[in-house]
Design a protein around this ligand. Structure first.
Ligand SMILES: Nc1ncnc2c1ncn2[C@@H]1O[C@H](COP(=O)(O)OP(=O)(O)O)[C@@H](O)[C@H]1O
Ligand SMILES: [Mg+2]
Length: 253
């Protein structure tokens, strides 16, 4: 069998050409990076967990009519997705102050925000993903006004869905980042949630203890990242038998 074509290798995933036109395969690596890749490590099992978790969230979104790129999971580390033209923005939704918002505005981490705040960052590693406003987005033509309306609506729907799902298992959704892709269907185009939704791209805090269950565990050296992600998966009922003594995911294919 011929080796399939690698389209792109990023910090956390590899994209391969999919089996049919208009599809891609996302391969989830174990690599963890933070602070624009200044901090790096390999966290055994992270890719397997994120593949499963992203599948779970994307499936849930598809199920309530929020369009995503996700088609189906292929194996432990790979999922089949629709190929998109990625809008070069990181769309961040915040429910509680944390991270760069706390730093910028001097807000205590964990302070509830009066309403969800949506922020846009220009996706460019060389520039360190700078924050931009809708003025920049319109002026540089990264997205149209119609796109921006759709992106805001998608972001808020994802926020409502994810907040509810997480709250049901005793986890507070502090904030998250999504990427949006454009797909073409004949003469039409529409926007879908693309990339991944996982503890790499969310801040998740235990409601009772405030324990961090997301990539901040890696960023701030707070313990085992796989333990944190496994706990999220276990609470969501994703990892089979994880409630018994499974310390790390085992590869079965
Ligand atoms: N459905 C899709 N079609 C095309 N590109 C995608 C799709 N989903 C995600 N991507 C892109 O693939 C890359 C995923 O790999 P990742 O390791 O996260 O890269 P990066 O280091 O750029 O964040 C990202 O650049 C993301 O924008
Ligand atoms: Mg990425």
């Amino acid at each position: 069998m011929a080796r399939r074509k690698k389209i792109y290798e990023g910090k956390a995933k590899i994209l391969y050409e999919g089996p049919e036109p208009g599809t891609i395969v996302q391969y989830f690596k174990d690599d963890a990076t933070a602070f624009n890749a200044q901090k790096k490590d390999v966290i055994e099992g992270k890719g397997v967990l994120n593949n499963r978790l992203s599948e779970f969230f994307m499936n849930g979104l598809n199920g309530i009519g929020v369009p995503t790129h996700f088609i189906r999971r292929l194996n432990m580390r790979e999922q089949l997705c629709r190929a998109c033209e990625i809008i070069p923005l990181e769309v961040v939704v915040r429910n509680y102050a944390a991270g760069s918002l706390s730093k910028r505005l001097g807000l205590e981490e964990g302070m509830p925000l009066p309403r969800p705040i949506v922020e846009y960052y220009y996706k460019d590693d060389k520039l360190g993903d700078p924050m931009v406003t809708e003025e920049h987005i319109a002026a540089f033509n990264w997205a149209s006004q119609q796109d921006m309306d759709d992106i805001l609506a998608l972001a808020l729907r994802v926020n409502d869905f994810l907040s509810g799902v997480m709250m049901a298992v005793g986890i507070k959704l502090v904030d998250f980042k999504i990427e949006i892709g454009r797909v073409y269907e004949g003469d039409f185009q529409r926007l879908v949630v693309a990339d991944e939704i996982s503890p790499d791209s969310c801040r998740l805090w235990d409601v009772e203890t405030g324990q961090k269950l997301d990539k901040d565990v890696f960023r701030r050296d707070l313990g085992s990242l796989t333990d944190a992600y496994t706990e999220v998966a276990r609470r969501l009922g994703i990892m089979p038998k994880a409630s018994t003594n499974v310390t790390k995911p085992t590869l079965i294919n």
